[in-house]
Ligand binder design. Structure first.
Ligand SMILES: [Zn+2]
Length: 203
């Protein structure tokens, strides 16, 4: 004898199952709470390239005839990631928390700034889900350094290198970046696990 389900077409079974699953998720909030709240953030930064400075990107020293000019080590990749994290937490921008008029941050490594920002993430119950970045540099060629940068950032951001994407492109010779006079970086960051503005873990 055949079961009842064998008489029901998939067009009926699939929507019914979808309703049951959606109902179960609503009935058992802990399923939602495990994921917690998701927060996305976007960051951008640019620094001039000048002679007599060391080039540091993603916490990695890069062999080049010039380096980025800035109050700190001017690691434009990490600065864009910090700005994205601060955006995700609605905490303003990097200049608000690390003003370039403050002598404490003179020549500071950007990895140290990132560690401070990571503490703010953890204090709020969040962790980094993934990061996607694009560095825009006419030169040097960054491909040989990408894996080292991913490894370095995965340590700083307490996540797997799989969750850290670093892309590099040129500016096709256009503008100051295209002439090799500056490097820019864009970053998006997804945080998860914290609470919403009402203190709830559910979205
Ligand atoms: Zn910067």
């Amino acid at each position: 004898m055949q079961g009842v389900s064998s008489h029901l077409p998939h067009q009926v079974v699939a929507p019914v199952l979808a309703v049951i699953v959606a109902h179960a998720i609503n009935e058992f909030p802990y399923i939602k709470e495990r994921a917690g709240v998701f927060r996305i953030g976007f960051g951008y930064d640019i620094h001039r390239l000048v002679e007599g400075r060391e080039l540091v990107l993603g916490g990695v020293r890069i062999s080049h005839r010039s380096g980025l000019l800035g109050h700190s080590d001017a690691d434009v990749l990490i600065h864009s990631i910090i700005d994205a994290i601060l955006g995700a937490l609605s905490m303003g921008d990097i200049g608000k928390h690390f003003p370039d008029t403050d002598p404490r941050y003179r020549d500071i490594k950007s990895t140290e700034m990132l560690r401070e920002v990571m503490n703010w993430i953890k204090e709020r119950g969040f962790s980094v889900t993934n990061v996607d970045t694009t560095i825009i540099a006419e030169e040097p060629r960054l491909a040989p350094y990408i894996e080292e940068m991913r490894a370095e950032l995965s340590k700083e951001l307490s996540t797997s290198p799989y969750n850290i994407s670093i892309k590099a492109t040129t500016n096709e010779g256009i503008g100051l970046i295209g002439k090799g006079g500056a490097i820019a970086s864009f970053a998006v960051v997804l945080l998860s696990g914290g609470k919403n503005e009402h203190g709830n873990k559910a979205i």
